[in-house]
Ligand binder design. Structure first.
Ligand SMILES: O=C(O)[C@@H](S)Cc1ccc(I)cc1
Ligand SMILES: [Ca+2]
Length: 173
């Protein structure tokens, strides 16, 4: 039941080509986020949606198919729960202190420097991160850690990268 309903929603968003492009992703994200008063945003930017698609597009089609979309949607659903859980002052934004706990809760382990880097990168002038910036940050962190684990064959937490492979880690910034 849930599955067919989700597939129908996907079909509506994706249209005839049954793939979601950046424009269609931006529309659905902005329509859904509007319903959540506790998620502050100026709206998802097209550029952010392009990079979200690039990071989730496993078959390199430049768009996301049903499975890739469902995968992204499940992540966004879980990350919005984390956002609400750690927005302790219900400001609708995440401050640097709340961000550290949110990132940890999502299972990402960063060193202090990286926490500061991503907070600077995604926060506004008052050091607050709004919802769309939060999601973009988490999509990139997720992609970075997935790439890292793909390279870390023996799981010892150390990887060797040649200059071309470094590209997998640039999107975080
Ligand atoms: O689907 C919803 O409205 C809730 S449950 C989860 C969610 C919230 C915000 C976004 I953007 C996407 C999904
Ligand atoms: Ca807050």
């Amino acid at each position: 039941e849930e599955e067919t309903q989700f597939r129908n929603i996907f079909r509506q968003i994706a249209g005839d080509d049954m793939e979601i492009n950046a424009e269609e992703l931006r529309n659905v994200l902005n329509n859904v986020v509007k319903k959540h008063k506790d998620l502050k945003t100026e709206g998802f930017e097209l550029e952010s949606c392009r990079s979200m698609i690039a990071l989730m597009d496993t078959d390199g089609s430049g768009k996301i198919n049903f499975d890739e979309f469902r995968h992204l949607w499940d992540k966004i659903k879980s990350w919005q729960k984390i956002f609400k859980r750690y927005d302790s002052d219900h400001s609708g934004t995440i401050n640097s202190y709340e961000m550290r706990n949110a990132v940890n809760d999502a299972g990402f382990r960063l060193n202090n420097q990286l926490y500061d880097i991503i907070t600077m990168r995604y926060a506004d002038k008052n050091m607050n991160i709004d919802f769309d910036s939060f999601i973009c940050c988490f999509v990139r962190l997720d992609a970075m850690f997935r790439a890292f684990h793909a390279f870390d064959k023996d799981g010892d937490g150390i990887i060797k990268l040649n200059v071309l492979e470094v590209n997998y880690f640039v999107p975080v910034f």
